[in-house]
Ligand binder design. Structure first.
Ligand code: 5AD
Ligand code: SF4
Length: 439
């Protein structure tokens, strides 16, 4: 038998892309490939791209340009572009960069093995359809292969919310949920392979409404069913929209012990005027009250968020409203971005905020968020938390893992193995992680 071909995937962007890359690797394993960590060894290189950040397409072209030497050295090398940039600009990429053999949009990954065969035969293969069939069901899994203790599992994709700044509804398509039975099957398989924590993924994960026994299931019902799986110890989900934070999901945070006390709930702005222009369909006050209800269900929950500053027409007063909201909520962690235009989205046509002003606001917001993040991290010192250990740390004998609140924690690791969950007393808070002793 000939040696298997090697696949190198470089993944950009969100956790959903990480999950997609894993599934593509598994699918290509069925087509005679093994994964590699080095582009130099590869027979197939895939860039799994993200369109959320600024100049995403330009970064893809510069990365592709760097593969020219590899292609010269190995004429059998095939190069592909996947992900949201592929979806948005696939044909343009094919035209502009002759090195590219294959372009595959996020909803067509199950067609990758067949596309690779075409590319290998010398064709240019492009597929940016939104097919009817569920790609994840059609993508081959690799059962039995051992896994690390944590895994992502995409349960929902796409978005119908059309926030005025966002490309997701265009690149990932309409909101769609996977059937609950399939999700449960995949979760059981992951647990058999060693997984102890599953993070359910979706662009709008709390809008989940997958078909299940007795009709459509909510995310809360799915979580409760997952919690029944022996050996699965922790459940998380991301990313959520405030308007889909249903009562049963809030309640699950109080009643389901396996659901971790961490919630990423982006608000984007604290100004009602800007929220309206963003087409968010909720107010700042509504969001703050929602957080109060979530905290009533689970008082120690760590709240995370996303913010955009410098959205078209944002004034200093609007920005102050964002700072006030941050003060009121108190974030354990947060991601903040300067608004950048996405061609084709409604906000792209509007009057833009002065770039220097937007930079200054971003710095002010980040200073506040960093202060809050530090304070929350420091408040962990002296507390006892659960930690799921993932791997050895940088120092000899050290193990690192994540706390219930998703802080990185390292301990001197006598007798601790990856996959162990231990109670740990936190003794110290460093810049990016906590230190503690296992009890
Ligand atoms: N400009 C800046 N930030 C954006 N995000 C999405 N689109 C844009 C854009 N055009 C941010 C939002 C979202 C996160 C994933 O990325 O805050 O929640
Ligand atoms: Fe984009 Fe999220 Fe808004 Fe959907 S809800 S349009 S994914 S920011």
């Amino acid at each position: 038998m000939s040696d298997p071909r090697k696949l190198y995937i470089k993944t950009y962007g969100c956790q959903m892309n990480v999950y997609d890359s894993e599934r593509m690797t598994e699918a290509m394993t069925g087509a005679g490939y093994v994964g590699t960590d080095s582009a130099g060894d590869a027979d197939l290189i895939l860039l799994n791209t993200c369109h959320i950040r600024e100049k995403a397409a330009e970064k893809v072209y510069s990365e592709l340009g760097r593969f020219r030497a590899l292609k010269d050295a190995n004429p059998d090398l095939r190069i592909g572009v996947a992900g949201c940039v592929a979806q948005a600009e696939g044909e343009e990429i094919m035209r502009r960069q002759p090195l590219v053999d294959l372009v595959v949009g996020p909803q067509s990954y199950h067609r990758l093995p067949e596309m690779e065969a075409r590319a290998r035969a010398g064709e240019k293969a492009l597929d940016t359809d939104f097919p009817e069939e569920d790609k994840f069901d059609a993508l081959k899994r690799r059962p039995r292969a051992k896994r690390g203790p944590t895994a992502f599992l995409t349960v929902q994709e796409g978005c119908d919310k059309f926030c005025a700044f966002c490309v997701v509804p265009y690149t990932r398509g309409a909101e769609a949920s996977r059937p609950a039975t399939r999700v449960l099957e995949e979760a059981r398989d992951l647990v058999e392979r060693g997984v102890r924590e599953i993070t359910l993924l979706g662009q709008n994960v709390n809008a989940y409404h997958g078909a299940g026994e007795g009709g459509d299931w909510s995310l809360a019902r799915l979580i409760r069913a997952l919690a029944e799986i022996d050996g699965l110890e922790r459940i998380r989900f991301t990313t959520s929209h405030p308007n889909d934070m249903s009562d049963d999901l809030i309640e699950a945070h109080g009643t389901c012990a396996k659901l971790m006390p961490y919630l990423h709930l982006p608000v984007q702005s604290g100004s009602d005027r800007i929220l309206k222009r963003m087409n968010r369909k909720h107010t700042a006050e509504g969001y703050v009250r929602l957080i109060e209800r979530i905290r009533a269900a689970r008082p120690d929950i760590l709240i995370s968020g996303d913010f955009i500053v410098g959205f078209p027409e944002e004034t200093e007063a609007d920005f102050q409203d964002t700072l006030n909201l941050v003060e009121e909520v108190g974030y354990g962690t947060a991601y903040s971005f300067k608004y950048s235009t996405r061609p084709g989205t409604p906000a792209a046509e509007r009057a833009q905020v002065d770039a220097a002003e937007a930079d200054a606001r971003l710095q002010r917001l980040q200073a506040l968020l960093t202060r809050q993040q530090r304070a929350v991290q420091e408040s962990m010192v002296g507390r006892e938390v659960g930690v799921l250990f993932e791997k050895p740390g940088r120092l000899p004998g050290q193990m690192v893992g994540k706390s219930d609140y998703l802080h990185a924690v390292h301990v001197a690791g006598s007798g601790i193995a990856p996959g162990d969950i231990r109670r740990v007393r936190i003794t110290e808070s460093g810049p990016n992680s906590l230190a503690g002793v296992a009890l």
